[in-house]
Design a protein around this ligand. Structure first.
Ligand SMILES: Nc1ncnc2c1ncn2[C@@H]1O[C@H](COP(=O)(O)OP(=O)(O)OP(=O)(O)O)[C@@H](O)[C@H]1O
Ligand SMILES: [Mg+2]
Length: 244
């Protein structure tokens, strides 16, 4: 696999195709995400964004091509093995366990870790990022507001102490002020050292904090550039940035 400045990508796809039955979704997708980067994957509905994240976690297996974590081919690895290798996801629509408390949801994030005894210390770290989560620890997750659910979903993913955090449309369903707050937190998490790979339809927002981006169109990467390069790209501006 290729390298940049002699570095091995934290996450990479090489020629990945996926199918759901006869439906050919991802087509020859190449991706490289380096340690410390924040990279976004942009694209419209049904372009294959969630499928890409699922292929990283082994919830979808490529029909062709390779997925690498830290340079190691992980095709055939279980999702649990990939989480242990340092990948964690904030899924589309948060997917909290609604009848469980906030604290129980956060505990679930630690299940595949070997050092669960640090739970309380890690909780403190989550409270620093999201003070409101501390006030809601014993509340059932299903009764939280959308913004609060997003905080708990991010907190749960961080409890796994990931090297790479995958985020599937963090802005979805949130009011603009919450979207801005949410992106601020993602930026902080990245600055504190966690590599972030984020799927978004809100291209302007995502590119405002990302280092680089890829654009997916019906399962194919059609653009790949720095965030600034994409923001200035005329093709990008008309198709994704809301300009005629
Ligand atoms: N389990 C499945 N079985 C069959 N088809 C599926 C399955 N999951 C997704 N698809 C199809 O694969 C295509 C890509 O879906 P995917 O969820 O990756 O898109 P997306 O880019 O995340 O879209 P959105 O922005 O709406 O979340 C869609 O046409 C979808 O209907
Ligand atoms: Mg999706």
């Amino acid at each position: 696999m290729s390298e940049q400045d002699g570095r091995t990508p934290a996450l990479a796809f090489k020629g990945v195709d996926t199918h759901y039955g006869a439906a050919h979704i991802l087509k020859d997708v190449d991706l490289e995400i380096y340690e410390g980067e924040m990279v976004c994957l942009l694209g419209g509905n049904a372009s294959g964004k969630t499928t890409t994240l699922k292929a990283i976690l082994g919830m979808v297996e490529p029909t062709r091509g390779m997925v690498y974590i830290d340079g190691q081919p992980v095709n055939g690895w279980t999702t649990a093995e990939r989480v242990k290798a340092g990948i964690s996801m904030v899924p589309e629509n948060r997917r909290l366990f609604k009848r469980m408390t906030v604290k129980e949801n956060l505990e679930i994030g630690t299940y595949l870790r070997d050092d669960e005894e640090n739970f309380e210390a890690d909780l403190e770290h989550i409270f620093e990022l999201f003070p409101r989560v501390k006030e809601r620890l014993s509340q059932k997750a299903g009764t939280l507001s959308g913004g609060e659910q997003q905080m708990v979903a991010v907190g749960r993913a961080l409890m796994a102490k990931p090297k790479v955090l995958l985020m599937d449309e963090p802005s979805m369903g949130l009011a603009p002020v919450l979207v801005a707050q949410n992106f601020d937190i993602i930026d902080q998490i990245n600055r504190a050292g966690t590599t972030v790979f984020m799927v978004e339809q809100n291209a302007n927002m995502a590119l405002s904090i990302a280092d680089r981006g890829y654009v997916l169109q019906t399962g194919q990467i059609v653009l790949s550039d720095t965030a600034q390069g994409l923001l200035n790209n005329p093709q990008m501006r008309s198709a994704y940035l809301g300009e005629a």
